[in-house]
Design a protein around this ligand. Structure first.
Ligand SMILES: [Zn+2]
Ligand SMILES: [Zn+2]
Length: 154
């Protein structure tokens, strides 16, 4: 592609540039993540985007699929409004669509999600889901209680 030598193998011509650090890389050093070229070091900080994980995350906790896709802001908005149900459903569809686009290299991630983020998400997803479902349940209980009270008063 270019006349530059690989950053690790000075005798070998590079075939691509790393998408993160822009180092020239040869065929041997080339790693592909989400169809994009990376050097070995940068590839270790990336992961293949999985629409299935995005689906699972955003189903369990509204907005979590967006965080997985690297969009913290959208995730926060959906997390705050997820109990209205519609944003929750929208979040699931959006997370799967965006994850698919990232995986196919059509869309860039909003931030650079490092590999450890994926691990962290897997670890916190269960307690977070419990808190969220617990919160939604408590809210419904309070609303039902209020409705009963209103009926008794009327
Ligand atoms: Zn790199
Ligand atoms: Zn090389």
């Amino acid at each position: 592609m270019s006349g530059e030598a690989c950053y690790l193998h000075p005798q070998t011509l590079s075939v691509a540039k790393c998408s993160d650090c822009a180092k020239p890389i040869c065929e041997v050093c080339l790693r592909k993540v989400n169809t994009k070229p990376y050097c070995e070091a940068c590839a270790a900080n990336r992961y293949e985007q999985s629409p299935w994980l995005a689906l699972l995350f955003s189903f369990l906790v509204p907005g979590m699929g967006q965080v997985y896709n690297g969009d913290w802001r959208k995730g926060a908005v959906i997390f705050m409004t997820g109990w209205l149900v519609f944003p929750w459903i929208y979040g699931i569809v959006d997370a799967v669509t965006v994850a698919n686009e990232i995986r196919n290299g059509v869309r860039e991630t909003a931030t650079v999600p490092p590999g450890y983020l994926l691990l962290a998400l897997k670890l916190i997803i269960v307690p977070f889901a419990c808190i969220y479902f617990g919160f939604a349940f408590a809210l419904i209980t309070v609303l039902v209680g209020l409705a009963k009270l209103m009926l008794q008063l009327s």
